[in-house]
Design a protein. Sequence first.
Length: 288
Amino acid sequence: MKFLNFLPYSCTAMGLFALLIISTGCQNRKPRTIKSPPHYNFGEVYTHKLDIKVKEISGLAWDNKNDEFVAQHDEAGKLFYLDKETKLIKAEYTFGKKGDYEDVVLINSIPYVLRSDGMITKVNKDSTGKIYGEEVGKIGITGINDFEAMYYDPARNALVLICKNCAMDNKSSVSAFAYYFDSTGFDNKPVFTIDAKEVERLSPHKSSKFQPSAAAIHPVLQKLFILSSASNQLAIADLDGKVEAVFELGKKLFPQPEGLTFKSNGDMYISNEGVISKATILRFVYKP
């Protein structure tokens, strides 16, 4: 009986001792600090939850001419036009069949949508107001290739696609390809290559492979901002893909960042696809 009485006491003591060790460890552990990119503060964010219809948002663009956001559905050929303030749906259009659509870019308010296999669809409106998609080009590189990021480069007058996973790349490289609006169309040779090892070296924390999920040129800084949802990173590079800085995107604020756009004043908007709740658009004010 004495043994039976002693056992609970020993377990309790050991439990308290273990708790003390854990508590001491927690007290000694330094809090993790997530740094914000220059001119922004991740601690000052305006969050908008989106309609359930836009839960699968995978691309976001700001239309400076019409003062509205355009978002596109990941699994359906649909575009959503969102109010600039409330982010409520103003209109929605179907432009194509179901597919794996990953990004949207506006050029003179005309949407261009990227499919994961490298197909670009231009979204047109005819004289009756009917919306339809026109496939204008598909990249011709061989192997299995996966794209999620596309942006417009005015200097090149081209849409630039950045590989998420491309057969020609290895662990140390991420290729980008240009689609030119003249007779050239797609150039199957990379317009530039991102050094993934440099991303790893500059990263503030150890992460998985850099896999771009969205990209856009900053209108004020003239730098290329690139999101990687899989590794929760934001990389800043020059317009030839040379990485200059890498920042962590905390999971709580950025559960699945897949859309990126800027207003002309530099305000940055990042959209999160809905994971267990509604999708969101986050606004970060640009501070010169």
